[in-house]
Design a protein around this ligand. Sequence first.
Ligand SMILES: [Mg+2]
Length: 381
Amino acid sequence: MKITALETLCLSRMHEPERQWVTSRYRTIKADCAVVLVHTDAGITGIGEASAYGWPMRIAEWVEWLAPTLIGKDPTDPAITPPPNGRGRPHDTAAAGIDCALWDLRGKVTGKRVSELLSPNPADRVRLYASGGCRYDWRHNPEQLIEEALGYVEQGYTAMKFRIGSEWAWDGVTVDRFIGHIRELSQAVNGRMDLALDGNCRLTEEQALPIALELDRLGFAWFEEPIDRNNIAGNARLCAAAELPITGGEAFSCLDEFRPYIEAKAYDVLQPDAGLSGITETLRIADRAAQFGLPVYPHSWHNGLMCMAHSHLVAAHPNIKIVELCQHQGPLQWGIVKERPQVEDGHLILPDSPGLGVELVEDVAERFPHVEGHYAINVER
Ligand SMILES: [Mg+2]
């Protein structure tokens, strides 16, 4: 079997005004998606989602650039995957999309699920967490965060991650006010679901430390990217000071980029993203992390096909623990695939089909035509 062509589908969907969301100083106005297809002379096609943070049109350009290195090759040969190099997000996301599509293809060729290719006894279901809390605005609706959390409890989720809200400087939000708010959230949830906080690198170390200690007290599951990710020493100090795991790594595409954080003990949990690293490199990162006793909670934003890649990784690899599922992506998220996998008690059941286990709807490009431009606009107040 030989690869005959590569293709990239660039897809979008504008959010309705009431589904737009503000975090920090951004208003997110649309959902994007980039799907890489690897076609073969056997008529079998593999599909993989590249992180749309690599920009769909630029991903398409890179896939086109990489295609001649793959056409004519045997897709079952693991050596053909273009590795991420950490030097450019569009390149790495394109390589990641190709890698995920090749794994899907290998599953379809052998009649096995990707998780079965990766492990002799993979799990049949994986724990999800609801990734949201991007919609509460300190001026207009801070309590929305709590309503949203209770909605996830209602839906059966066992964990949720939220962000720190709209720009603090707009409304004089202080660490004390924030801590008051998360205490209220924690009381409302009342142990029915694990909670995690994502600082999105927005806090100073002086702000992050008292928050981390309060999260400890409240029994939070983790504290993600509290401060500038380039501040390795500051992250290491937070790791040493707080009991709960300090996590990060969503912007890093290869193991080399994680190395300084592992060596400096700057993260307790690593968060690579198969849409940026590919399945192959994510496994490499997870294996190495295991040697240092560091679990992996993959980063997974955007759409259902990427959720599937991460679900197979979690099902197959003992060091990869939980699947993030974005709650703000809207109908694009699962509208790209024919059948949305079942979710029971906050766990995704892996479909009993080969590869990643889902197929694109036939008219996906017509249903979700690509919309040029940035997914977010800057807001000033
Ligand atoms: Mg994050």
